[in-house]
Write a protein that binds this ligand. Sequence first.
Ligand SMILES: Cc1ncc(COP(=O)(O)O)c(C=O)c1O
Length: 338
Amino acid sequence: MTKPTDEMIEAIVQAHRRDRFGDDVIGEDEVVNELQEKAARLLGKEAALLVTSGTQGNVVSLLAHTRRGDEVVVEERSHTFLFEAGAMSSLGGLFPKPVPGVRGYITPETLEAAINIDDPHYAHTALVVLENTHNYAGGTVTTPEQVRALATVAHEHGLKVHCDGARLFNAAVALDTPAERLVRDVDSVMICLSKGLSAPVGSIVAGTEEFIHHAHRVRKRLGGGMRQAGIIAAPGLIALEKMVARLREDHENARRLYRRLTEIPGLTVEEPETNIVFIGLEGSRIDAPRFSEELRKRGVLVYGKHGTRVRFVLHRMVTAEDVDVAADAVADVLRQYR
Ligand SMILES: Cc1ncc(COP(=O)(O)O)c(C=O)c1O
C-alpha cells in the first residue's frame, strides 16, 4: 500500500529530461538496463530482468526452470501455491506438490521425502520454491544456513531452487546480512521493488545469464515485454538505493504493534520477525472480514478476507503514532464483540 517517494517521481522526470528512456522490448531503455545491472550485482547473480509484478516474476522463473508435466515442491501456505491463481498449472502445465513448512521453511528432510523417484509412474520433480520472508507464515525469516541446507538437498537430487523474495530485503535487514548471502545458494530469485521498498510498480528476477536469457522469452510470452519501462525502472533504482536500510523502522513498528495488541483481551497475536503481524480472532465473536470492515471504518487497513486470521503490514507510510491509533481501534472493535 506504499506510494512512491518524491525522489522517485523526480527520478522519472530527470531520466525523461536526459532522454534516457528507450524501447526495452529491444533492450534500448538505459534506465532499465541500469536497474537490471544494479539488481544483479546486489543479488550476486550474473543477470537480472525487470518484470511487471511479483507474481509475473515467480511465474516466469518457474516456467523458465521447468518443462510441462514437471512437479514443483512448494510450501503449503506459499504465495506460488495459494495466491497466483493457479498460474504454474494453467500456464506452465506444472504440478505443485505442497508440503508443510516450519514457520514457512521447508526443511531438507521434508524436501527429500517429497522428491519423486525416477520412475515413469511419477512426475519429474524439477524445482523447489523457497519464500523469504514467508508472507502467510507471518513474515518469517529463513537464514542463509537454512537456505544452504535446503539447496544442498535440492541440488543433490538435480532440482533447481527458486526464491520468492518479494520481501527478501526485510529478511536481510532482520538478519543484518547482505541480501546476496540469502540467495547465494539458489538458482533464481524474485524481489519486489514495490511493497516495503515503495516503488509504484515492478519486480526483478535474477539468476545466471542462461536462465535470464530463457526468462526473457517467457516474459515475452506472458505479455511482460514493456516499451519505455524506464518509467518503472527509475523509481526502482531509488527503491534499491535508498529504501532498504529504513525497513528496520517497519520492523520496530511491528514489534510495537505486537506489544500493544498482546495487551488486548480476546486476541492471539503471532510474534513478528519482520514487518508483518498476524492476529487470530478465535477468542472473540467476530470473524476476519467483519473485523477488517470495522477497522476500515476507523481508518485502519488490514487484510482478512476469510476465517479468523488477520494480517497487519507495517511500511514507510505507517508511523509509530499510527500503530498506537491502530491498536486503539482494534481494542475498540473487540470491546463490542467480546
Ligand atoms: C511472498 C509473495 N510473493 C509474491 C507476491 C506477488 O507480488 P505481486 O502482488 O507484485 O504480484 C506477493 C504479494 O503480496 C507475496 O507476498
